[in-house]
Design a protein around this ligand. Structure first.
Ligand code: ATP
Ligand code: MG
Length: 157
């Protein structure tokens, strides 16, 4: 099982060294201290992809908010940014392999379009879903929602 708080903090620490990092600010909001029964390396790679995307697709010094919280019956790791957002018609195709939003705008930072396909695959293997909400000009939220049956009490002693 993974201590989600520790996992998220270590991903955030790594994010300061990724290619497109430009003085982004991270806030880690732990609304629950529960642990997750999961493949830690897989969940790390999924959440890293979301946080690295948030860095890559937002301007320098943008704020990125990361949450670990209960949402109804699920427990979710959410990554919220205040970037340009994504037009609604792209949202349902975003997790397809090689799908990238075509942009003449801001930072076309380059990439293969595999990141979100990997995220979706990892979440599927955990019985979890990726919920994406986005608004042009306001930003995006990518939320990994895990079923409560793989969430356990904090086992720190
Ligand atoms: P890769 O992750 O393989 O290096 P990528 O970042 O282009 O390449 P995905 O992570 O799958 O691929 O993302 C798909 C597309 O979704 C991106 O090309 C980008 O257009 C859009 N996207 C992803 N995250 C965000 C975000 N936080 N804000 C705006 N657009 C985003
Ligand atoms: Mg990506």
């Amino acid at each position: 099982p993974a201590d989600v708080a520790t996992l998220l903090q270590s991903i955030i620490d790594d994010a300061h060294n990724v290619e497109h990092f430009r003085d982004h600010r991270f806030s880690l909001n732990l609304e629950t201290d529960k642990w997750l029964i999961c493949d830690i390396d897989e969940v790390r790679s999924a959440v890293s992809n979301l946080i690295f995307n948030a860095v890559k697709y937002t301007p320098a010094a943008s704020q990125i908010d990361i949450f670990w919280r209960q949402e109804g019956d699920n427990f979710c790791i959410a990554v919220e940014d205040n970037g340009d957002g994504i037009a609604e018609h792209h949202l349902e195709r975003l997790t397809e392999r090689f799908y990238r939003v075509d942009k003449g705008r801001s930072s076309d930072a380059g990439g293969t379009g595999l990141g979100l396909a990997i995220v979706k695959h990892v979440l599927q293997r955990h019985g979890a879903n990726l919920n994406i909400t986005s608004e042009i000009g306001h930003g995006s939220c990518f939320s990994c929602c895990f079923p409560s049956r793989i969430v356990i009490e904090n086992i720190n002693v």
